[in-house]
Design a protein around this ligand. Structure first.
Ligand code: RB5
Length: 155
């Protein structure tokens, strides 16, 4: 079964989102572009919400790397903050290939966040390629990410 990649942005990440979607469509991924579909100003939490709900609807596939998300805004920061409010979503802002590889291998990140005003298109493509090519290593890393949920909302 081909992997599904969900992708969304705000206006600050619109051009990079479209470029990434186009490149990914040339691979064996199924790409679902969740918008926006025009350049007008919009609110990144709305699109983070849309993508995260769609990701979590995928159930186990959202946890085993079969369905992954990419969120793009100006910096990647707002998108990651909004996405990480959802239990079961592990969103990572990555600015280099090393971060991208580790986000998958150690953190089992299921959403990659990119900043169009931070990374150029070439680097963003490489970061996304590494993110999709890297598998979660499990083992002790699974124990650690499982703590995210058991520690959530501790006061
Ligand atoms: C939009 O101007 C910008 O604030 C947004 O794209 C993002 O960078 C927020 O974190």
């Amino acid at each position: 079964m081909p992997r599904t990649v969900l992708i969304a942005s705000d206006h600050g990440g619109f051009a990079l989102k479209n470029a990434l979607a186009q490149t990914l469509r040339e691979t064996d991924c199924e790409v679902e572009d969740l918008g926006p579909d025009c350049t007008g100003s919009c609110d990144y939490p709305v699109f983070a919400d849309k993508l995260c709900r769609r990701l979590l609807d995928a159930g186990e596939d959202a946890q085993n790397g079969q369905v992954l998300g990419i969120l793009v805004c100006g910096t990647g920061l707002g998108m990651s903050m909004a996405a990480n409010r959802f239990a079961g979503v592990r969103a990572a802002v990555c600015t280099c290939e090393f971060m991208s590889r580790m986000a998958r291998a150690h953190n089992n990140a299921n959403v990659l966040c990119l900043g169009e005003r931070v990374v150029g298109q070439g680097l963003a493509q490489d970061i996304a390629r590494v993110f999709l090519a890297t598998a979660f290593e499990g083992g002790r890393h699974l124990r650690r990410i499982d703590l995210f949920d058991s520690q959530a909302n501790k006061s």
